[in-house]
Design a protein around this ligand. Structure first.
Ligand code: NAD
Ligand code: ZN
Length: 232
């Protein structure tokens, strides 16, 4: 029999020990900001410079952090597992890629990409963004925004995600609060497909009851442990 396909869903908790704060831990604020002020289309329409400034800081912070043992263990799993491994992340950082993961599905977009609302082009973007920044593709101003899926927008790659999760033999959610839809619903899809489900988190979550099994503790300890268990 072939090895079961593995689907891993990661959230902000996997990057916490690298030094990137999570989102919901402190009163539902992200770096001291309310979601309604920085992470929704209405906020961008109201005060684009404030939103750009927030993401410029998040993007710059990526230069100061490194992937941790949990990101590295998942890259190892992708290389060593004889079956299919699909890595889905809600994170907008690039720590999975920097740990050596080649295929990462960023359902909420990426800090190091910009999207032009005039021409629809997406591009790698490492510098700050401002209203006056010229789009290199169409030459127009006031169109570039962070390529981030804001609250109220539709996550990327949902067809591909549903297909992979619907075929999962093992589904593992790591460092996610399970509060952000539709990522939070993926465990149910996995279960209906017959997958064994595992939650790795440093604490119980509101959705812990949906999982068959739990590894409670820091991701840098529990993820390498789980990967060792799978690939030895
Ligand atoms: P969340 O912040 O809502 O929840 C984080 C979860 O990780 C919590 O359940 C917490 O208990 C757990 N956790 C914290 N530290 C941990 C550790 N060391 N080991 C294991 N678990 C740990 O995160 P979410 O569910 O991903 O939703 C947040 C949203 O905000 C996402 O959509 C994401 O795009 C965005 N965000 C991204 C980043 C990032 O890219 N690094 C950081 C903050 C927020
Ligand atoms: Zn453009």
């Amino acid at each position: 029999m072939s090895e079961p396909s593995v689907v891993v869903l990661t959230g902000a908790g996997i990057s916490a020990e690298s030094g990137l704060p999570t989102f919901r831990d402190k009163d539902g604020l992200w770096e001291g900001q309310r979601v309604e002020d920085v992470a929704c289309p209405e906020a961008f329409a109201r005060d684009p410079e404030r939103v750009q400034r927030f993401y410029n800081l998040r993007r710059a912070a990526l230069d100061t952090v490194e992937p941790n043992a949990a990101h590295q263990a998942l890259a190892r799993l992708q290389q060593a597992w004889p079956g299919r491994v699909t890595l889905i992340t809600q994170n907008v950082d690039d720590l999975h890629e920097r740990a050596g993961s080649t295929e990462v599905i960023h359902m909420h977009g990426e800090l190091r990409k910009a999207l032009c609302t005039h021409c629809g082009n997406r591009m790698i973007w490492l510098d700050d963004l401002h209203g006056s920044t010229l789009c290199p593709a169409c030459g127009r101003r006031r169109g570039l925004r962070p390529d981030i899926v804001w609250f109220g927008e539709i996550p990327y790659h949902m067809e591909r995600i549903d297909e992979a999760v619907g075929a999962a033999g093992i589904f593992t959610a790591i460092g996610t609060s399970g509060l952000v839809y539709p990522a939070s619903g993926l465990v149910h899809l996995a279960k209906s497909a017959g997958a064994r489900t595992l939650e790795i988190n440093n604490t119980q979550t509101q959705v812990s009851g949906c999982f068959d099994r739990h590894l409670i503790g820091p991701a840098t300890v529990q993820v390498p442990r789980w990967v060792e268990e799978l690939i030895g």
